[in-house]
Write a protein that binds this ligand. Structure first.
Ligand SMILES: [Zn+2]
Length: 209
C-alpha cells in the first residue's frame, strides 16, 4: 500500500490555501498510476487550482516494488539520513537516489531484470567515449531500455538542450558483470548509493588488481 499525506499549502502566487498530496511511500504493485508518475518524473508536481501556478516540490519518499523485489529511497539533494531497512524491505534490493531522474532510471534497470552496478560500469565506459568525442566533463548517461541486442542510453551533454541517444552492445554489459565477479563485488548493506562515483572506484580497483 502507498502512504499519502495531505498538507495545506499556500499558493506563492495567489495566496490561496489548498491541499497538497505527498507520498511517504509509493507501492508500484498497488498503485501503478503512481509508478507511471514516477516514470514521468511528475511525482512532485503541484498546480494551483485557482491561478494555475506550477511548482515542483521535493521531499523524501520510499518507492517499493514488491513484485520485482526492490526498494528505492528518494532523498532530494541527498540530504537527511534516508530510509531505514525495515523488515518489510529486508530481502529487497535497496537503493538510495537523490532525484526523480535517478529513480526513473533505477525502475527501468530493475524492471528489465538488470544489475544496476553493472549498468553503472557500462555507463562509465560510455561516458568516457562521449567525453573524448564532444569534450566537456559533466556528461550524464541514463539507461533507457533494451532494444534488440543493445542497451539504449540517453546522454546529457552540457550546452545541448536535448539528450543524445546512444546504444551499446549487450556484450559490454556482460563484460561489466565479469569485472564485478573478478572484484568479488557484493551488494552493500542498507540503502546503497550505486552511481557513477562507485563505478569509477570499481574500475580503478579492477585496473590496480
Ligand atoms: Zn495560485
Amino acid at each position: 500500500m502507498s502512504t499519502e499525506i495531505i498538507k495545506d499549502i499556500i499558493c506563492p502566487q495567489c495566496g490561496v490555501s489548498q491541499k497538497y498530496r505527498l507520498y511517504a511511500s509509493i507501492n508500484a504493485r498497488d498503485n501503478p498510476e503512481l509508478k507511471q508518475q514516477a516514470l514521468e518524473e511528475t511525482v512532485f508536481d503541484w498546480q494551483c487550482q485557482r491561478c494555475g501556478y506550477f511548482a515542483a516540490m521535493a521531499y523524501p519518499f520510499l518507492y517499493l516494488d514488491p513484485d520485482v523485489g526492490y526498494a528505492i529511497c528518494v532523498t532530494p539533494g541527498g540530504a537527511g539520513p534516508g530510509a531505514e531497512a525495515t523488515p518489510q524491505v529486508q530481502d529487497f534490493v535497496k537503493r538510495r537516489v537523490k532525484n526523480l531522474a535517478e529513480l526513473k532510471e533505477k525502475i527501468r534497470i530493475f524492471d528489465t531484470g538488470m544489475d544496476d552496478v553493472a549498468v553503472e560500469v557500462v555507463k562509465n565506459a560510455l561516458c568516457t567515449i562521449i567525453k573524448n568525442k564532444y569534450g566537456g566533463s559533466r556528461v550524464h548517461a541514463y539507461f533507457s531500455r533494451i532494444g534488440g541486442n543493445e542497451m539504449e542510453f540517453a546522454i546529457f551533454i552540457p550546452g545541448r538542450p536535448d539528450p543524445a541517444r546512444h546504444s551499446t552492445r549487450m556484450e559490454v554489459y556482460k563484460q561489466a558483470q565479469e569485472v564485478l565477479r573478478a572484484l568479488d563485488f557484493t551488494d552493500p548493506p542498507g540503502f546503497a548509493v550505486i552511481d557513477a562515483r562507485l563505478a569509477r572506484r570499481l574500475i580503478e580497483e579492477y585496473h590496480q588488481g
